[in-house]
Design a protein around this ligand. Sequence first.
Ligand code: HH2
Length: 279
Amino acid sequence: MRIMGIVNVTPDSFSDGGLYLDAEAAVAHGIELAAEGADVLDVGGESTRPGAEAVDAREEERRTEPVVRALAGAGHTVSIDTAKASVAEAALGAGARIVNDVTAFRGDPELAGVCADHGCDVVLMHMLGSPRTMQDDPRYDDVVDDVKGFLSERIESALEAGAAEERIWVDPGIGFGKTLEHNLALLRRLGELRELGRPIIVGTSRKRFIGAITGRDANERIGGTVASNVLALANGADAFRVHDVAEVREALDVTEALTRRRDWGVDERFGAESRETPA
Ligand code: HH2
């Protein structure tokens, strides 16, 4: 199980926009998240919240590159949350090891090649439409089957572009063109995505579907964030992208201990053979 801590260097992210816009504050926040138990720090310079305006590539690079350089330089594993090849190239040059692309290589035709050249890990996420339009009446035949089919096609496309299969992660894109029911179905049936044969990462952190259930604002969704990540772990997720690392780490450590199948040596001592040879 891996926890990815979110470092948003943006003025407008939905829950922490503007808090870490200054590089120094972003780096300090990343270091704090690592101390709380994040295995990977996901640095992003463009909000993908519904309706968000696109950010110019040079501005996105200006926000993220120094933060990536400082965190990677301090020995942390850094991922760059971008759909742009030039931003990814700068981040990989500054020490990032993972590219987290919410468009799954559909946003920038150059990005897959940049990732293949660097041999980095890539996160391919499902989104219906674009952030500007994705929440306008999203529809699926069967949301889990549709997301699975999409991710399968994007894996193939990444492989054709030169990505190494063992470096690909998949993400159902919670909140990206999904109603409350779509998000719940994806989390309940997450295990079906295991058939893709790649590790699954999920991002439920503080998202609107939690607020729709609890009535809480973005900064008051820790309980819902913890609950959804616990269920996701139990249902087969491998990595968890969150803002509240300390709380989620604690919950997932306990969930992992509770759900792990421990080998008590029972089969050896009371296995078929010993049953067949009663005294
Ligand atoms: N969610 C957000 C951004 N990037 N990447 C992956 N792989 N999966 C996600 O679910 C995901 C993501 C949105 O969250 P956040 O970064 O907190 O907000 P914003 O996009 O407004 O910066």
